[in-house]
Design a protein around this ligand. Sequence first.
Ligand SMILES: *[C@@H]1O[C@H](CO)[C@@H](O)[C@H](O)[C@H]1NC(C)=O
Ligand SMILES: *[C@@H]1O[C@H](CO)[C@@H](O)[C@H](O)[C@H]1NC(C)=O
Length: 856
Amino acid sequence: MAAMAQLLIPVAFYISFLYLSMNSIVVIVDSAASVPFTPGDSYLIDCGSSATSNLHNGKTFKSDKQSASYLSTKSDLQVAVPNGDVPSPIYLTARIFVEESTYVFRMVRPGWHWIRLHFFPVDNPEFDLTHSVFSVETDDVVLLHSFSITNKTQWAMKEYLLNVTTEHLTLKFSPLKNSAAFINAIEVVSAPDSLITDVGTSLVPVAEFSGLSTHSYQTVYRLNMGGATITPNNDTLGRTWDPDLPFLMARGLAKTVSVSPSIITYPDGVSPLIAPNLVYASATEMADARVTNPNFNVTWRFDIDPAFGYLLRLHFCDIVSKSLNDLYFNVYINGKMAISGLDLSTLTTDLAVPYYKDIVANASALSEKLMIQIGPFKEDTGSVNAILNGLEVLKMSNSVASLDGEFGVDGTKLSSSGTSRKTVAAVGFAMMFGAFVGLGAMVIKWYKRPQDWERRNSFSSWLLPLHAGHSSFMSGSKNSGGSQKSGYGNLYSSTLGLGRYFSFAELQEATKNFDEKEVIGVGGFGNVYLGTIDDGTLVAVKRGNPQSEQGITEFQTEIQMLSKLRHRHLVSLIGYCDENSEMILVYEYMKNGPLRDHLYGKNLPPLSWKQRLEVSIGAARGLHYLHTGAAQGIIHRDVKTTNILLDENLIAKMSDFGLSKNAPTMEQTHVSTAVKGSFGYLDPEYFRRQQLTDKSDVYSFGVVLFEVLCARPAINPALPREQVNLAEWAMQWKRKGLLDKVIDPTLIGVINPESMKKFAEAAEKCLADYGVDRPSMGDVLWNLEYALQLQEASSQAKMDEENRAAAEAATAAAAAPTAAVPLPTANNEPAAEVHAITEDSGTAMFAKQLTEINGR
Ligand SMILES: *[C@@H]1O[C@H](CO)[C@@H](O)[C@H](O)[C@H]1NC(C)=O
Ligand SMILES: *[C@@H]1O[C@H](CO)[C@@H](O)[C@H](O)[C@H]1NC(C)=O
């Protein structure tokens, strides 16, 4: 029973994690101001940690292990140190990535979100993280570009404010220069919409500035003038406010003033969430202000990156005057008048009432330094003084949506005039490589903007031949694989993006001159050969048919796609060859071939239910990544069991992206659309409306799930009419609640009914008539993981039961030694059994399939 209890805790945790924490409500109550705020989304992740971290401040950071579906990475490493000079234990563990890796967060509430990234180069034997150089991006915004921490005792927290309107937020970590990326903790938390209003004031000229809500922001400085540090515990929104002293010039000219926070009264229209009352309860003012005729400014100076514009939020609150209408002063930014004769009394109508002003300092108004000054208003009015209570310096994203460097996520470069242009003009391999990320992203966008098809045609003409200047570039990568650190040997060879260049002769040798006997697959694109390269590494060599125009496009798009996509559940591209107008792609060899062969038709031993769940989960992860991960918005378009390949460890990987790249062009009719995708898997809505969405893949995946459960083809024309189409047939039985009558007989008695129910529900939802009613791949993934948990829980329970029985039997046997009781076995692997039936050639050609179907 003890084992049982132990088991139930993680399962319960898992369920509550999936279904509660996604929508759970965390009310943070500010101890000082008592302003509650309920973030719609709240993720606190302690990366690389194996357990939940409960911090002193009451915050709970979950381990990113506990939330595996966030993280998609091909290769990573967890490291930890016992202690260090860091502000929080979340810095003591890190996750290290040697390849592009992503965290995906499901967003419940669109709007402003804090993203806080915590970095500390944890000392570890594998990687010297002080040599790490990496980038961090969301799908739209570059957060960090060529980021590094070179001091091993330094920690860093980077805070961003982004308006996230998509269903998922992706954080992609990309190591550069053969190094590694790392991350210690991540916070993604909703921020109140009132935090950023659309309108501010520009500095040069002083005028209304609108469009603030269209930018993304990075907090560069956040200061509590005249006061102490305000820690995240004392700010409802978890912000840190630092003292201003280190930035103050000519300190003798300034002094601090503070009052009890309780006297601060927020006016209508200023939310206490803008800044806690502790900020307004202290200020820096002019020293000796009340001497006759003081005439100087109080000045703060800050280092900034002048390539960006900044939103400067100045917080004021008159805590110095004895009466109203006694304080008027000027505010200057980099020597320019920003506010002349600021009259807080008129603006707030009372003392101790907060007021803030947003000033946009565009790059042209700035130099390497940002200088903020406050000084007396020249007119002879009342007391001569000037104050500042708080200051936030927020870097604004530039026109290519970057907060660091001059490139956007799609490789678009910021032009010198500050407006964006695409880096697509140059021809030649080195350029090509640099621009490749951009091209990939553009290809993806064509799905959404089919009118761009003409542009694609215009640059596809220079896309081939590719290898004009390949030699030095690629040969450098050729042998780099073997000499790397243990465990990560081959990972570096692919970091150049396009992979390795193969000469035609090399591939002739690898495939015994494309020997018919080496053919392991036939597709619409051409044949796939088994090849041997280097020291005996097996590869799959896909040789295109150069005559086919369709093929050329698919070749180009596939190479673009694959070079951009790296994921444990996507088949990896090793390299390519385009010599003599050949179109050859070289992939990792997937020893166990297509999933379909393990389900029926090939007389292979049947997969257990757990293996089927794991394979389905793997494939779902791959698709989820395609839809939402590093390269957002890619639609596979040909999801089927022959395109899910299994490696030697039965890890499932999605393959065949040849179809996924082609944006529907203007002339293409439903006929050509029908050619894309495979009969039996086609989304009926796509068929009806010719509109391709990622939900079309979800539909096809639903068919795959039923194929996995029932072990029969999606279409089997040999069967009676009502059974020919698996999706229809399985759904009929599902609706009747009698699905167990049609499942793979080898699963009967082994499959946990609850697990099957969850699985079938997921499949059913995928097959909804309308795309909008279908779940996202992320939801499907979670349901499948749940189904796996249910299955494992039941096997564990069964095993415990059997062990208990065995123990009792053993006791009994000890009492009566002659009664030998055989130990029951927990191995429920069913015997091999063959069902099936028709062969599907795997080709994408609709017509060909029809012929085959008719031919049987
Ligand atoms: C976030 O962006 C969306 C789309 O641009 C916009 O409709 C929405 O108003 C923005 N939200 C806020 C709080 O500014
Ligand atoms: C305060 O600073 C502004 C801008 O740098 C300058 O024009 C002004 O003369 C200064 N005032 C005094 C009293 O020094």
